[in-house]
Design a protein around this ligand. Structure first.
Ligand SMILES: [Zn+2]
Length: 133
């Protein structure tokens, strides 16, 4: 969505059984669920890069960006909405403000990141290619 980085998961090939995001969504960890709605949960990043660093994950296992297909588009759009909502609830209005981020975090989460992709790029690729490359 922005250079604040909201990962959709990049752990290639993880199955639901050993997926940390599924464990969190199913209440098997002590991670506090901040928002829950529809098929999604929202919680704080375990190693936040900034004060407001949240993750939105599907409650049931999806895999990662590479496993997404066009019919996941509504799910990804809902993830974006929940991401916006947690930021609004925490009075984060400037999504381009990266002043709190370290150089290391900017490299990891920035628009040029090797590891992460913005939600808008995911939606664009799903709509044009039917998959995320
Ligand atoms: Zn999972």
């Amino acid at each position: 969505m922005t250079s604040h980085g909201r990962s959709l998961g990049n752990d290639m090939g993880t199955e639901a059984g050993d997926c940390i995001f599924c464990s969190i969504a199913n209440g098997q960890t002590d991670t506090e669920i901040l928002l829950r709605g529809g098929e999604l949960v929202c919680f704080r990043d375990a190693k936040p890069a900034v004060r407001h660093h949240y993750l939105v994950a599907p409650a049931s296992h999806v895999g990662n960006c590479a496993t997404l297909r066009k019919d996941h588009t509504p799910l990804v759009e809902q993830m974006k909405v929940m991401g916006r909502r947690i930021l609004e609830e925490n009075k984060v209005s400037d999504l381009d403000d990266v002043s709190e981020m370290s150089i290391k975090s900017l490299i990891r989460y920035g628009p040029q990141s090797y590891w992460f992709i913005t939600v808008d790029k995911v939606l664009l690729q799903l709509n044009t290619n039917g998959m995320v490359k």
